[in-house]
Design a binder for this molecule. Sequence first.
Ligand code: PHE
Length: 330
Amino acid sequence: MKHLEDKITQASNLESLEKIRVELFGKKGALAAEFAKLKDIPGPEKKAFAEGLNKSKAALQAVFDKQYEILKAKEIEAMLKSEEIDVSLYGNVAQKGALHPVMETMDKIIDYFVAMNFAVESGPMVEDDFHNFEALNLPKYHPARDMQDTFYFNDGGLLRTHTSPVQIRTMLQSKPPIRMIAPGSVFRRDYDLTHTPMFHQVEGLVVDEEGKVSFANLKSILTDFLHHMFGDVEVRFRPSFFPFTEPSAEVDISCIFCKGDGCRVCSHTGWLEVLGCGIVDPNVFKSVGYEGVSGYAFGLGVERFAMLIHQIPDLRSLFEGDIRLLEQFR
Ligand code: PHE
């Protein structure tokens, strides 16, 4: 008896305990073998033998049940331990990124015009002479076509110098009325404090029946747009020249740094130039086969807006990919 009890209490896990259970209590187990002896025991001793056996069986069962409880508890404890989660531990926290200031500014510009019901159009960066110049009333010997300003390919193709060709493509593909902006990268042979060979523009175009689109409409929407971008600034329209618009204007805002008093950023004029615009030249409509329409157009450089909004002195720093600069815009 004692050695059977020891066998049970020495089981170190549920698996070996189960083996022992079969050995002892199973059909072919040790107890069954003892009970089998009953039939050979003579009558008078049978009862005492059977009583003894039943007692032993009950005792063993009690020892077994106790050991089962102990091992089961152990197992649960081990499982809990292995599945334990330390909620106070720091995980592998992903680094928080941010939009590049140029893209963030671009989004803010696009948001305004989308809210004003403008469609967002795009086109190829590798353009041809017709879409980038010819159709925009840029005569053959216009200085903007100069090798100094434009990146040309050997086959006569070029990198677009503005997103105006998207306006030409949109007009060729659809009928008026048109209300669109064309955001995207453009390329010019320039590199200094305020110019990089690649930069971003958003240009806009509105075309409708003759007489439905006026300079007053243009002035009103651009003034509202500039308030959206720069807050409470003064806006002025100054006569200017663009081949694709007539009349044309450049738009200034009162200097956001000195509030118009004059400082280095505004070259002591009190004004910052931020936009070009005008009424679409009839020659542009002619080149896309439009008749009896009127329209206005405008264009701006996104980097210039970003530089002013974030007071970035050197435009080139935006494209160096220096993480220390970018981290400031998180
Ligand atoms: N396309 C001009 C530029 O790139 C901007 C502009 C667009 C000016 C539309 C007037 C009207 O400089």
